[in-house]
Design a protein around this ligand. Structure first.
Ligand code: PBG
Length: 323
């Protein structure tokens, strides 16, 4: 045998020398859930270790993350039912929970990067990402709401807005609204290939945002399709997106790779709530080593071609580096 691949695996120094992919803390965005109130830290039952924070404890959480080296965050707000309506009006309230939280975080931590979520579902009484009329999700009418929402977030201090709604034409519309109001520096990380996935369940528990009727299949993508992701990528690029995102991550590594190969924009991947919950649940049962499973999952997302990883594991990853 002339070729013996095991020669390059024989000790740790050589293994590290030939390692093709590495994670760094620079790769991560940490999603955080916000609730109204004071001194609250309420664990999400289906996401052990992940809490919903009131603004005061959110600041403490960000402080502890910053000390660990996590520098970018993706906040999501949990809105009480009485503030939800058909048009998600609360989503563009400049004094609403979300805008207040963004302002407080940027005031206390001007150096952190905030990527905010642009979608109606946490504010919609229908639990959908668009305006519902006679069971149909209205596209162009929804764009108006998304534009207002993105503007309020930019005014509050968002660095990047993340449209996660999957309406057609939203990137172009949001870009136009931001630029028209002087926010040309605010970036757009588009949820380019967002699939109609079963892996969002725990997130919908955290925000109580599940659709009241029907599913999201008329706007989120069919898990069977990959070429359609390239169509979405072409559109988002033409419409002015600064990053393209694939969501979920682990069941869609081929999509991450396809976008990485076909686009010159940075590619993000969202390691979603259900992916986090699966690892945690198996680890709790002692069925696998949670830390190793976490590191392997995150590494494979990077290997597939993600430059940026949104993950509920971001803080735990940072803690694992300190050990
Ligand atoms: C909705 C939104 C969802 C997630 C982020 N934004 C859920 C959905 O589409 O129902 C899911 C994230 C996760 O599961 O971690 N705009």
């Amino acid at each position: 045998m002339i070729r013996r691949p095991r020669r390059n695996r024989q000790n740790e120094v050589i293994r590290n020398m030939v390692q093709e992919t590495s994670l760094t803390l620079n790769d991560f965005i940490f999603p955080l859930f916000i609730i109204e109130g004071q001194n609250k830290r309420v664990e999400v039952a289906s996401m052990p270790g992940i809490n919903r924070f009131s603004i005061d404890t959110l600041l403490e959480e960000i402080d502890s993350c910053v000390n660990l080296g996590v520098k970018a965050f993706a906040p999501f707000a949990s809105i009480p039912d009485q503030l939800k309506d058909k048009y998600a009006s609360e989503s563009h309230n400049p004094d609403g929970l979300y805008a207040r939280a963004i302002r407080e975080v940027k005031k206390n931590f001007p150096e952190v990067v905030l990527m905010t979520d642009v979608a109606m579902d946490p504010y919609s009484s229908d639990g959908h990402d668009g305006i519902v009329e006679n069971g149909e999700i209205l596209n162009d009418e929804t764009l108006e709401v998304l534009g207002k929402m993105a503007l309020i977030q930019a005014q509050a201090g968002a660095d990047i807005v993340g449209p996660s709604d999957m309406m057609d034409g939203r990137v172009a519309h949001i870009r136009k609204v931001l630029d028209g109001n002087g926010y040309h520096k605010v970036g757009i990380m588009s949820y380019t290939a967002k699939y109609a996935s079963a892996f969002y369940g725990p997130f919908r528990d955290a925000l109580d945002s599940a659709p009241k009727k029907g599913d999201k299949k008329t706007y989120q993508m069919n898990p069977a399709n990959s070429r359609e992701a390239l169509v979405e990528a072409e559109l988002d690029t033409a419409e002015g997106a600064d990053f393209l995102m694939v969501k979920p991550a682990l069941a869609y590594l081929d999509i991450i790779k396809a976008l990485h190969e076909s686009s010159h924009l940075p590619i993000a991947a969202y390691n979603v709530s259900g992916e986090y919950a699966m690892v945690k649940a198996a680890a709790e049962k002692g069925w696998l080593d949670g830390e190793k499973a976490m590191l392997e999952s995150l590494l494979s997302i990077k290997r597939a071609g993600a430059d940026v990883i949104l993950s509920y594991f971001a803080k735990e990853y940072a803690q694992s580096l300190k050990k």
